[in-house]
Design a protein around this ligand. Structure first.
Ligand code: PLP
Length: 404
């Protein structure tokens, strides 16, 4: 029998295994202790922190549950045909989410680019290879001005021009034989004049596919089927935000033919605008398992936990003289109990930026968000128990600034 030491030595000589272990993924999935004694982030001099901010890409968003890590570790043990796996996982996701078809993309932004490329090319392989050169193809995507928050750049990757409208009248006027798609930002619903029904109706009337970006829009869980049911042809979610799948994965849901066209732009095919948007088998399977877990979890219980965590931090902050703490739940996008802390700067003599810096530079490091004069906190990306540390540190930082 091969000795444990020999086994570990031969494992670590495989670049693939080293790479996988190096992500720290395996550590929490219960592998031999000898493999996980290394403190990789510390070795690299990368500081870790408590995430009291939320699902921010820059802060590496969410943490994958052990079941997802198990799936990732399982997937790496065999070779499969990438398209086969995408086919089967897509079918399974479509079944779970009651939609016609689905695929795993490399995040929501990748879903936007692939979907745009797909509506431009259809199933024509020459057109696929031609993009971002749009000679002879449609070349415009319409969206509401208030829905442009930067992520629409993923549409422009395909060489497409964005056409901005504000009213229904402008929308009707903007539509032409160049219009490839009507793009909607779910988080912008209250900012734009044109609402869901009208957007979908216009798309159907002209035979132009409608797309909705729902990247950060679970919870609630029902959103996963709400917008395909509503009539949007294409719906996209981030996999690594509320769903807690791999950060570099996402979901594209909707009409079968449109998603098949989108997939023509995705790996393994080269010579496409989406070749760089690879999702490996580990991430594809991890995404599916994260989704299954999300669908079966006790959402009410989780919500109550978040509420109690936020209440605890609220009470600690509000106990400081001159500080006001308010609990709120954003209606759409990051729809979770959230805390906004403000203070009388005559009493607590720091601004929001300094408060965030002190939390970030303290021990342990805590990341928060907020404006010039506020602190923003959510608990849903913390590990249970960390809310107590955050409550204590927020109180300390504000108190110290108050007594100085
Ligand atoms: C996060 C986000 C994206 C990008 O999602 P990724 O999964 O990181 O690619 C796109 N749109 C909106 C509204 C987002 O919040």
């Amino acid at each position: 029998m091969i000795s444990r030491r020999k086994l570990l030595k031969s494992l670590s000589s495989l670049p693939m295994v080293g790479g996988l272990f190096g992500t720290g993924l395996v550590a929490s999935a219960g592998t031999p202790a000898a493999v996980v004694t290394r403190d990789y982030f510390k070795e690299l001099g990368v500081r870790t922190f408590i995430n009291a901010a939320g699902t921010y890409t820059a802060m590496t968003a969410s943490q994958m549950p052990p079941e997802v890590l198990d799936a990732i570790q399982y997937a790496t043990g065999d070779y499969v045909n990438l398209d086969d796996l995408q086919d089967k996982v897509g079918e399974r996701i479509a079944e779970l989410l009651h939609c016609e078809y689905a695929t795993v993309s490399a995040g929501c932004a990748s879903a936007i680019t692939l979907a745009t490329a797909g509506v431009l090319s259809g199933l024509d392989k020459d057109k696929v290879a031609q993009i971002p050169d749009l000679t002879g193809l449609k070349s415009e995507v319409i969206l509401q001005k208030s829905h442009e928050i930067g992520y629409a750049h993923a549409i422009r990757n395909c060489g497409v021009e964005l056409i901005f409208v504000e009213t229904r009248k402008e929308l009707d006027k903007a539509i032409s034989d160049k219009t490839a798609m009507l793009w909607f930002l779910n988080a912008g619903i209250n900012d734009g004049e044109i609402k869901y029904d009208e957007w979908i109706e216009v798309g159907k009337k002209h035979g132009i596919p409608t797309f909705i970006d729902c990247a950060a829009d679970v919870p609630p869980v029902e959103n996963l089927w709400k917008y395909t049911k509503m009539g949007f042809d294409l719906v996209a979610f981030s996999g690594g935000k509320g769903l807690r799948g791999p950060q570099s994965a996402g979901l594209l849901l909707g009409k079968k033919e449109l998603i098949q066209a989108a997939r023509l732009h995705a790996p393994p095919r080269g010579n496409t605008v989406g070749r760089g948007m690879k999702v490996n088998k580990e991430e594809i399977l991890g995404m599916l398992v994260a989704l299954e877990l999300y669908l079966t979890k006790d959402h009410e219980k989780e919500w109550k936990l978040w509420e109690s965590q936020i209440q605890l931090i609220h009470d600690a902050a509000a106990s400081v003289d001159g500080v006001t703490a308010e609990i709120h739940v954003p209606e759409i996008a990051n729809h979770v109990p959230s805390l906004n802390v403000t203070w009388d700067q005559n009493k607590v003599k720091i601004d929001g930026e300094e408060a965030r810096a002190r939390l970030r530079d303290g021990h342990p490091s805590i990341q928060t968000v907020g404006g010039k004069d506020s602190l923003g906190i959510t608990s849903w990306m913390m590990q249970p128990g960390q809310e107590r540390i955050v409550a204590r540190r927020v109180k300390e930082v504000l108190e110290e600034a108050g007594s100085s």
